[in-house]
Design a protein around this ligand. Structure first.
Ligand SMILES: [Zn+2]
Length: 484
């Protein structure tokens, strides 16, 4: 039987964070009353002329530089013609043959050695208005009684990023998009929030026999709105195409919608030929020619990007790739971690706490690390108590909860107030051990007859009697001594 491999490319739309829209002065703002942010330019009244937003161009260039793109000396805007109520001009201003950013290469690190994804292009365009289909199932047009249009989004700046078909699985796509998102967020160009739609992703998926270099017929998966759904949707589409080919069928080019609740794919439309948008140059806008000085200035202004920070966390602190990646993807968490590692002098232990209790608390409270009441010095003081053996691991978690609840108190005070200090006094623990052994004579006999796994039972009893405060190492030693 033929073995197939998947060939996947992504098209990503990023809404840029600018004060105003791409070609007019209307506010670029999410969540306002419908049709509040409109003017004669973005509503396409006759005779109105667009003016390109310089800040949007700079943001797009920052992203292009961060993705390792080549920035051509000159790029231009084009009209992409289509007729739909979300575009009052009946065309979208986009970029066709001369995009702002060209050929890039984006490295995705990982335990498996990672992979490189080619960036075909990144170009500027304007977003369409938002169409809402009233009465249709889940807002879809099928079965709806009417459609209403909100033009607040019409004309807002979008950066479309197109990758080469370099991805081979849904997991690859998820890892790539996760790192791409963190990189764009780091540049400050967008908040890339998939739930709010400021990051949208379509995937082109095809399969081919392993070893072949040709391309199969591709299908497009539309608008997957989470990293998990992107991974699962692609996996489902690869399975669908493989099943078709294995029974001698063929893949028909189609646009598909993935429904994560039923994990099913539905065909939105099939197409036998490419759409013809009759692109032609936009006569109302000047070409964009970024000067070398501007590019140098933008490049110098970029912060440390996630891929560089992953490498630095790995090399400086000896963290495994996966841990370094998880921490580096959130800049405020990475800042927190680095401060904690310096304060404790133990990068591994600092990473365990950052990934464990701290992350759980931040997620539960929807907090950025910098806003946590458990500051790095407070957590470092608690970690010092665990290293010194003053508190055991369970008690330390209790102390952490108290640090969250009361920002004014320090770890040592909590330990004292709640009586959480670990007991390692051999006399005190010896008395408990003796009592436990006396109360469980049958188990002691069984242990001496060879049932050595009962050591766990005795340890558990002693820990319980001590209220969880006994030092397990001392308990082990005492038990071994008494049971000889
Ligand atoms: Zn406007």
């Amino acid at each position: 039987m033929t073995t197939y491999e998947a060939v996947i490319g992504l098209e990503i739309h990023v809404q840029l964070r600018t004060r105003t829209k791409m070609f007019c002065r209307c506010p670029n703002r999410f969540g306002d009353a419908p049709n509040a942010n409109v003017c004669s330019v973005c509503l396409a009244h006759p005779g109105m002329l667009p003016v390109a937003n310089g800040e949007a161009v700079r943001q797009a260039l920052r992203v292009g530089l961060a993705l390792g793109c080549r920035i051509p000396e000159r790029s231009k805007f084009d009209r992409k013609n289509y007729f739909y109520p979300d575009s009052p001009k009946a065309y979208q201003i986009s970029q066709y043959d001369q995009p702002l950013c060209a050929e890039g290469a984006f490295q995705v690190p990982g335990e498996d050695g990672g992979f490189v994804v080619g960036i075909t292009r990144a170009h500027l365009e304007e977003d369409a208005a938002k169409t809402i289909h009233v009465g249709g199932e889940a807002g879809r047009i099928a079965g709806s009684g009417s459609s209403i249009v909100d033009f607040n989004r019409a004309g807002t700046p979008l950066l479309e990023i197109v990758t080469e078909p370099d991805l081979r699985s849904g997991e690859h796509a998820r890892r790539f998009l996760t790192l791409l998102r963190a990189t764009i967020v780091a540049t400050g160009a967008s908040d890339c929030d998939m739930e709010k739609g400021t990051l949208r992703c379509d995937a082109n998926v095809s399969i081919r026999p392993v070893g072949s270099t040709g391309f199969g017929t591709k299908c497009e998966l539309k608008n997957m709105n989470s990293f998990r759904f992107l991974e699962r949707g692609i996996a489902a589409e690869i399975a669908r195409q493989t099943a078709l080919l294995e029974v001698g069928g063929r893949v028909t080019q189609a646009t598909l919608h993935y429904d994560p609740s039923s994990e099913s794919l539905t065909v939105l439309r099939t197409k036998e030929e490419a759409d013809d948008y009759r692109y032609f140059p936009e006569p109302d806008l000047l070409p964009v020619a970024p000067s070398p000085t501007l590019l140098e200035e933008l490049r110098a202004g970029l912060p440390e990007l996630p891929v560089a920070r992953i490498a630095r966390l790995r090399d400086t602190y000896g963290l495994p790739d996966a841990t370094a990646a998880t921490i580096a993807l959130t800049p405020s968490l990475a800042d927190y971690y680095e401060e904690l590692a310096a304060l404790t002098g133990d990068p591994r232990l600092a990473a365990n706490w950052t990934m464990g209790e701290l992350s759980a608390h931040l997620n539960a409270a929807s907090l950025e690390a910098a806003a946590s009441p458990v500051t790095p010095p407070r957590l470092a003081a608690l970690i010092a108590l665990t290293v010194a053996g003053t508190v055991g691991s369970n008690a330390a978690k209790t102390v952490f909860g108290e640090l969250v609840a009361d920002p004014a108190v320090d770890a040592a005070t909590i330990v004292e107030r709640l009586g959480l200090a670990q007991v390692d006094d051999a006399d005190e623990l010896g008395a408990i051990v003796d009592a436990v052994l006396a109360a469980n004579a049958a188990e002691v006999a069984a242990f001496r007859a060879g049932k050595v796994q009962l050591i766990g039972f005795f340890t558990g009893q002693v820990m319980r009697q001590s209220g969880g405060r006994a030092d397990p190492k001392v308990v082990q030693a005492l038990l071994n001594d008494r049971l000889r």
